[in-house]
Structure formats: C-alpha cells, structure tokens
Design a protein around this ligand. Structure first.
Ligand SMILES: [Ca+2]
Ligand SMILES: [Ca+2]
Length: 155
C-alpha cells in the first residue's frame, strides 16, 4: 500500500515534470518562430531598380522603375519617395510609391523630367535618391541606392 502510494506520487511527479517540459518546449518553439519575423521587420529596405542611369534631352522625359527586394511585414506599407538632387533641373513623378505584402514585387514606374531652361550647360549631371517610410512604428534603413540622371543641354 505504501509502495503503491509512493509509486502513485512519483507518477504524479513525472506527469507534472512532463507538463512543465511541454510548456518549456512550446515557449522555445514560439521564440524560434517569432524571432526571425521580428528581425526581418527591422531589416533594411532594399530596392530593385530597373536602371541606375537615365539619359534625357533637356525638355524631355525619361523613366526608371523599381520594386522592393523582399516583402514588407504583414500589414506593413513601405512608401518610397524619390528626392532629386536639384529641383531646378529635374522633376520626378509621381511623388511616391507605396508597397505592401501583396504588391512588393510589382515594378512601379517613375517619370523623370529634365526641365527646359535657357541656360547653356552643355551637359548636366543630376541624381535621384530615395526616402523610405514604414506604416509601422519603425524607421527602416534604406539600402543606399541612387539613379543618376544625365541631361543633354539644348541651349
Ligand atoms: Ca538645365
Ligand atoms: Ca539648359
């Protein structure tokens, strides 16, 4: 009887131990599953650009297109805003493009206008860089990418 009680106690202890082990393993699995996603959400935004150089005649228009190299986090929107080196010489349209988990790999086009001035310049070099914003409370780092814009003067 005493032995049976002792045996019953140790079986209970084994059950309690197993239960704790299961909880511990579940927690470890959770960390393994969630940690890479959290790390990914903090990673840099990398742009895939169709070209790194656009050559335009002054007064003319050129274009380049881009998409993200990897999907944003679920529910996150990444907005890419082009910033021109000299707004008195070139302009880019539209003002920005927004990507999410379903359209991140679709190419989106930007048009580049070489503003027609009357100053003799022979050959102009400009560039477009990009500003990136996330709809989540984080500041994603943009992998530095630039599109060079060369303009053939018409004066
Ligand atoms: Ca010019
Ligand atoms: Ca000019």
């Amino acid at each position: 009887m005493i032995m049976r009680k002792g045996l019953s106690l140790s079986v209970q202890a084994a059950h309690a131990y197993t239960a704790r082990l299961v909880v511990l393993l579940a927690l470890i699995a959770l960390v393994i599953l969630i940690a890479p996603r959290a790390a990914k959400a903090q990673s840099a935004v990398v742009l895939h650009l169709t070209r790194s150089l656009v050559v335009i005649d002054e007064g003319g228009v050129g274009y380049f297109a881009l998409h993200l190299d990897a999907p944003p986090a679920q529910g996150e929107r990444i907005t890419i805003t082009p910033i021109v080196s000299d707004p008195s010489q070139i302009a880019v349209s539209p003002a920005s493009r927004t990507f999410n988990a379903s359209n991140w790999s679709a190419l989106r086009t930007f048009e580049v206008y070489a503003l027609d001035d009357s100053t003799p310049e022979v050959f102009e070099t400009n560039f477009v860089r990009f500003y990136v914003e996330s709809s989540l409370t984080r500041t994603p780092e943009l992998s530095p990418r630039v599109v060079d814009i060369y303009v053939n003067d018409n004066d």
